[in-house]
Ligand binder design. Structure first.
Ligand SMILES: *[C@@H]1O[C@H](CO)[C@@H](O)[C@H](O)[C@H]1NC(C)=O
Ligand SMILES: *[C@@H]1O[C@H](CO)[C@@H](O)[C@H](O)[C@H]1NC(C)=O
Ligand SMILES: *[C@@H]1O[C@H](CO)[C@@H](O)[C@H](O)[C@H]1NC(C)=O
Ligand SMILES: *[C@@H]1O[C@H](CO)[C@@H](O)[C@H](O)[C@H]1NC(C)=O
Ligand SMILES: *[C@@H]1O[C@H](CO)[C@@H](O)[C@H](O)[C@H]1NC(C)=O
Ligand SMILES: *[C@@H]1O[C@H](CO)[C@@H](O)[C@H](O)[C@H]1NC(C)=O
Ligand SMILES: *[C@@H]1O[C@H](CO)[C@@H](O)[C@H](O)[C@H]1NC(C)=O
Length: 341
């Protein structure tokens, strides 16, 4: 009886501090992560640059002093079975390429010290896909596919995950109600209807992936009760951390919403701050010619913009994404990341 009572008291005393630790600290420990393996679309692609400068994974590698293994490819969707596009999708191309590289020794990734990231969904839900009804898929299929990445990567040995949700796409120039005919879409459309639908797809998709991840994370082998027990165990026995995993959501949606609402906190260029236009902007001329009239913002003026073109974040926006993720890797945590396990 005495033992039980003492143990219980100890447990009750411990609980608040553990709960606090979970909220205020990054879940990854300092110096744990040595490499980041990135999956996704053009927002993350480091081969086909879409911000006119340096993409965020390269900045993360610089800021945190780690290696980036890049698998994200422009135009990608989660699966071409669901939302077909003639670009390398996550499931049929990016994951198989990664597994091939791992198998033949092109890359060497230790589970404990590797962080896997996924930032995808923009093409799946956008024009020529869900938004315009070009396939039979729904937001439920797409969300399920995205979250399945955690399971499949886990089954292949990955243990640390950062799931980057979708930005407020209805605020990008191409999907905003004030949009114009541009390089991504110049056919007739109702820009208000696009913006309204896009907002629903983004919010619905992000809510679904969050719920699905909350459901999945505790079910991954060794993860349930894992965090609490292993934390105590590891402290007492100096045991390795490699037998439990970390799944975090990087709330890109809130970060970009904040950048949009408070640009002065993030944008630092030499032009007037601009969250509605873009650095590289093309206005398609309707009429006889098929020509676009394009303007390009140059030099230090660029860092005043949230968007690089009608669809992509600017380099300065990407620097903030990178800084936050680097802070997580450096053990400083980030207000935009919540850990599920
Ligand atoms: C995993 O990383 C933690 C934190 O850096 C370290 O304490 C532990 O020894 C590592 N385990 C292995 C198996 O490398
Ligand atoms: C896509 O379809 C192929 C053929 O039916 C199947 O083998 C594969 O598992 C499917 N991929 C996904 C991600 O559902
Ligand atoms: C390793 O596998 C990848 C993916 O299948 C392939 O692209 C690459 O050429 C292979 N490298 C070597 C050295 O065999
Ligand atoms: C465009 O869509 C909005 C929102 O659905 C609707 O209120 C409006 O009437 C539409 N405009 C036209 C010209 O169809
Ligand atoms: C934002 O930038 C675009 C493209 O450079 C420009 O057309 C627009 O006038 C700017 N908006 C503001 C509010 O400065
Ligand atoms: C930016 O640079 C491009 C290419 O050098 C040039 O064509 C364009 O006129 C420049 N834009 C401005 C606003 O000076
Ligand atoms: C804006 O801030 C970033 C760091 O976030 C810095 O790298 C960049 O040089 C700054 N831009 C300007 C124009 O000062």
């Amino acid at each position: 009886m005495k033992f039980t009572f003492t143990a219980l008291t100890a447990l009750l005393t411990l609980l608040p501090s553990l709960a606090l630790a979970k909220n205020t600290e990054g879940s990854l420990s300092k110096s744990q992560i040595k490499s980041i393996v990135t999956f996704g679309d053009s927002y993350t692609d480091t081969f086909w640059i879409t911000n006119g400068g340096v993409q965020w994974p390269t900045y993360v590698a610089r800021y945190a002093g780690i290696t980036n293994y890049p698998y994200a490819r422009s135009g990608a969707t989660c699966s071409n079975n669901l939302t077909y596009r003639p670009f390398p999708p996550l499931f049929e191309s990016q994951i198989p390429t990664f597994l091939g590289d791992k198998k033949n020794g092109t890359i060497n990734v230790d589970p404990n010290s590797t962080l896997y990231t996924l930032w995808l969904g923009t093409n799946d839900i956008g024009m020529s896909s869900l938004l315009t009804g070009d396939n039979d898929a729904s937001i439920v299929d797409v969300a399920g596919c995205l979250v399945n990445w955690v399971q499949v990567m886990y089954d292949n040995g990955a243990r640390n995950f950062l799931f980057q949700n979708i930005v407020p796409l209805e605020k990008t120039p191409v999907y905003s109600s004030g949009s114009w005919p541009n390089r991504y879409w110049h056919l007739e459309r109702n820009t208000t209807a696009w913006s309204v639908s896009m907002r629903e797809l983004v919010l619905g998709g992000n809510a679904l992936t969050k719920l699905m991840l909350q459901d999945l994370a505790p079910k991954l082998q060794g993860a349930h009760i894992g965090r609490f027990m292993h934390t105590l165990h590891a402290k007492n026995n100096g045991c390795s951390y490699s037998d439990f995993h970390h799944t975090g959501i990087f709330d890109s949606h809130s970060l970009f919403t904040d950048m949009y609402a408070h640009p002065a906190d993030y944008l630092n260029g030499t032009a007037a701050l601009n969250v509605t236009g873009s650095i590289d902007s093309c206005i398609y001329q309707t009429g006889d010619s098929d020509e676009s009239v394009c303007t390009m913002v140059n030099g230090t003026d660029r860092d005043s913009y949230l968007w690089y073109d009608e669809l992509h974040p600017s380099e300065q926006a990407d620097r903030h994404v990178a800084r936050e993720i680097a802070n997580v890797i450096l053990g400083k945590g980030s207000r935009w990341v919540s850990w599920l396990s």
